[in-house]
Design a protein around this ligand. Structure first.
Ligand SMILES: Nc1ncnc2c1ncn2[C@@H]1O[C@H](COP(=O)(O)OP(=O)(O)OP(=O)(O)O)[C@@H](O)[C@H]1O
Ligand SMILES: [Mg+2]
Length: 504
């Protein structure tokens, strides 16, 4: 099956001050997965949105099955058989799963009322085809985890029975188990002749599902290559336009003494069970586990977002009682959240305001805010983290996904927090920027800062941690030092098939 289903020629898309796409050509064949890669802000999501109708380009032509089309909206795109799973969430939190999947397309019964039974049955079938029968179709979306919500988004896209499917970083919020289910489904869709456009930063996925890769850089197309025609390092240099040697950097630290300790910590919902950990000065401690293992819930207890039902938390040797995010920030804690849209950023505020959000007091102790100084500080972080935005006045919602994540990081760096909790810190961040963040983490620990890092990416956990705790079903099931790391062992503990000292 090599029939071309979509061709785009000379696509140009402009935003104020940015040429997001500059004369880009792209084509998609039936039954293929065409991967789009490039650094944060390269134009991947923009191209995807142009192809599915959500953005109208300033220049260029799109043909569907040989016929020129001019799509006016995403709805128009859907009518032409193009469905999408967006990088940002689109579900309605206060509707249930089946209502979300069939929103505005609810099946009706004989008297014209919504046929809830049929809707729920159809939703359940879609989820089953994704190996997600554990998601209750009657559950409100707001009660689902981020990963579960993502699977619902995918089920929704499938419900349109599209000819073309666009996935924009679908696996960024999924754990390995769900990723596998998704890939299994993608292989079936390919067999059915569906064309798939797939945006991702995860190189380990490309060989597994991809057929061709198109690389974008600064809005320009650098090239399209067959999946077997290019090495990983070749691909990276196409993306970043420079050679990159070492991914992980970890300098042994010289500090002593503990900065954070929990003893027998439990939460009210029973998702965190009796957790005792220690974080030392200058240390990076990895918290490994599958999505749903309770790692985020645990971090929320430490940060005072939720309150513990049992157990103790010590910061610098001092027990903290009935704390809240405000009081822990004063004690030098910072947290980069997993779900930046909901907890990490004020999307309608500027990059500069967001960067300064928790450190205004520190920089302006007399409560007189100097706009000039604020902009200068924000610009330093823009440089340091290579945040792609024309200026720091821009509202965060106009930044690409990865660049928003960098703003959240900048916020805590500018606050000069001593104990940082990073929940999936490099999610959605491109290879080049990832390495910069790893180097930065290493630098921070050399300054005596300590990092508790939750990550579902095994290479990241192994590459950066000094020590690892593995969590499963709310409990710590294993602890190991850097010298004892093995991906197989840690994976086994995550899945509950490991043995050894902590039992599993
Ligand atoms: N609605 C918008 N308004 C203004 N500028 C935008 C808008 N959408 C995207 N941009 C800009 O266009 C450029 C390309 O953004 P795009 O979201 O396509 O990047 P991306 O390759 O998907 O990046 P990421 O990997 O971070 O998701 C960026 O500089 C971004 O700031
Ligand atoms: Mg994007």
């Amino acid at each position: 099956m090599s029939e071309t289903i979509l061709t785009a020629n000379g696509i140009t898309k402009l935003f104020p001050g940015v040429t997001a796409l500059d004369n880009v050509d792209f084509d998609l064949k039936k039954g293929e997965v065409h991967i789009l890669v490039g650094e944060n802000g390269a134009g991947k999501s923009t191209l995807a949105k142009v192809l599915l109708g959500a953005y109208i380009p300033e220049g260029g032509e799109i043909k569907l099955e040989g016929q020129p089309v001019s799509l006016k909206s995403a709805k128009d795109g859907l009518a032409h058989g193009i469905a999408a799973v967006y990088q940002e969430f689109t579900l309605v939190p206060y509707l249930n799963v089946s209502q979300n999947i069939f929103l505005n397309r609810e099946p009706k019964n004989k008297v014209g009322l919504v046929d809830h039974k049929k809707m729920e049955k159809d939703a359940a079938e879609l989820l089953k085809s994704l190996n997600c029968d554990y998601i209750d179709v009657k559950a409100y979306v707001k009660t689902l985890s981020v990963a579960e919500q993502q699977m619902v988004e995918i089920a929704k896209a499938l419900s349109f029975k599209p000819k073309i499917l666009v996935f924009d970083e679908p696996t960024a919020t999924l754990s390995e188990r769900e990723v596998e289910s998704l890939f299994e489904r993608i292989h079936k869709l390919k067999k059915d002749g569906i064309g798939i456009i797939y945006v991702s930063h995860r190189m380990q996925e490309f060989h597994y599902i991809g057929d061709r890769i198109t690389v974008l850089r600064d809005g320009k197309k650098i090239g399209t290559v067959g999946i077997n025609e290019v090495s990983d390092s070749g691909l990276v240099s196409m993306m970043v336009g420079r050679d990159i040697s070492q991914v992980f950097k970890r300098t042994p630290n010289q500090y002593k003494g503990e900065v954070l300790r929990t003893e027998g910590l439990c939460d009210k919902a029973g998702r965190v069970k009796d957790i005792s950990i220690v974080l030392n000065k200058g240390e990076i401690v990895g918290l490994a586990g599958l999505v749903g293992a309770g790692r985020t819930e645990f971090a929320r207890l430490i940060f005072g977002i939720d309150s513990a039902s049992k157990g103790k938390i010590y910061v610098n040797g001092e027990e903290i009682h009935s704390h809240s995010p405000v009081t822990v920030v004063k004690k030098g804690l910072g947290m980069v959240c997993e779900d930046r849209k909901r907890h990490g950023l004020a999307l309608k505020d500027s990059v500069a305001w967001n960067i300064m959000a928790v450190s205004l007091k520190k920089h302006f102790p007399k409560h007189i805010i100097s706009q000039k100084k604020m902009i200068k500080i924000a610009e330093e972080y823009k440089e340091k983290l290579r945040i792609a935005t024309p200026d720091v006045y821009r509202e965060c919602r106009f930044l690409s996904g990865g660049n928003q994540q960098k703003v959240v990081l900048a916020k805590w760096l500018s606050a000069d927090a001593d104990i940082l909790i990073f929940d999936e810190p490099t999610r959605g961040i491109d290879v080049g920027a990832k390495m910069e963040i790893y180097a930065l983490m290493d630098e921070l620990t050399q300054q005596g800062k300590s990092i508790l890092m939750i990550s579902s990416e095994m290479p990241e956990i192994l590459g950066m941690s000094d020590r690892i705790y593995v969590m499963r079903e709310g409990r710590i099931v294993n602890e190991c030092a850097r010298s004892e790391f093995s991906a197989d062992d840690i994976g086994a503990y995550m899945l509950g098939i490991g043995g050894g000292k902590h039992g599993a």
